[in-house]
Design a binder for this molecule. Structure first.
Ligand code: NAP
Length: 259
């Protein structure tokens, strides 16, 4: 039997780059996102370049039934599960679009948790596997002006770390990867393109982040922070008073280019 990987949020950004790495490593793939056309394009790119089988599942993973559909359409127990689909939203919570926050919590947290719960028993029975959850440097502190997003990523980190301990000795590892800003469709989806933190092309390269994530996942690292700059910053987050940290993040998030 060949190796199989399931990747959510595979239609662009970090997820797409992870699919390219996994296909090059010989994994058959189940790729999921909402954009059917993009999935079809990626499916034919991966299968013709790497002679792997790609199953495409175009669904909205914020919806519980769609997550079950993804699970049912998966041809075998995966060796790798990548929970990558996610998005953010920029602005004052009091003025936000509630539907968007609800969808964000459903996708970033509920879907990641549900999908893990669906695949995990099979992976445990098989006795080996890797789970990669895309968290963020946002996971480590509150994020005024992206309050729900930062909180949703704190959940991803906490859940992943706890699971990595529960699964010791099972052959399954859980890795939470924590990138800073990455040049993907993220800033546009979060209405954050004018925020200096997400200035066009100022972030990390999605391919570099995916390669880093793949390496750390294969090593079975529980938590992996991408980039020396963010490793240092998060060291200070640990030692500085929490009140100072949350106000600093507010200043950083507030800083925008004039439009
Ligand atoms: N870029 C950054 O600065 C950054 C930093 C740290 C962490 N992250 C995290 O990295 C992960 C990947 O994001 P990215 O930066 O690669 O952004 P991206 O380019 O916007 O990719 C997001 C992916 O999620 C999919 N998606 C969005 N809503 C979905 C839904 N309801 N159901 C199914 N799929 C959905 C998108 O596909 P469709 O639109 O086709 O559904 C797309 O494939 C996210 O979890 C994000 O929070 C990003």
């Amino acid at each position: 039997m060949g190796k199989l990987a399931v990747v959510t949020g595979a239609s662009g950004g970090i997820g797409l780059e992870l699919c390219r790495i996994l296909a090059a490593e010989g994994y058959d793939l189940v790729i999921s996102a909402r954009s059917k056309d993009k999935l079809e394009e990626i499916g034919s790119e991966l299968s013709s370049n790497h002679q792997v089988t790609v199953t495409m599942v175009a669904v909205d993973l914020a919806d519980a039934k769609s997550r079950e559909e993804l699970f049912e359409l998966t041809p075998d127990v995966p060796d790798v599960l990548v929970n990558n689909a996610g998005f953010g939203d920029y602005g004052m919570f009091s003025e936000c679009d509630w539907e968007k926050q609800e969808q964000m919590i459903k996708l970033n947290d509920l879907a990641l948790t549900h999908i893990t719960r669906l695949y995990l028993p099979g992976m445990i029975a098989k006795g080996n596997g890797r789970i990669l959850n895309i968290a963020s440097v946002a996971s480590f502190q509150p994020g005024p002006l992206m309050s729900v997003y930062y909180a949703s990523k704190a959940y991803v980190l906490s859940f992943s770390e706890a699971l990595s301990v529960e699964l010791k000795g099972s052959g399954i590892t859980v890795t939470a990867v924590c990138p800073g800003p990455v040049n993907t469709g993220f800033a546009a989806a979060a209405n954050a393109e004018s925020v200096n933190l997400f200035k066009k092309n100022s972030g990390a390269d999605a391919k570099d982040v995916a390669e880093f994530a793949y390496r750390k996942m294969m090593k079975g690292k529980a938590v992996a922070i991408h980039g020396v700059k963010y490793k240092i910053a998060l060291f200070f987050v640990k030692i500085l008073p929490r009140g100072l940290v949350r106000n600093l993040i507010y200043r950083i998030q507030r800083s925008r280019t004039k439009q």
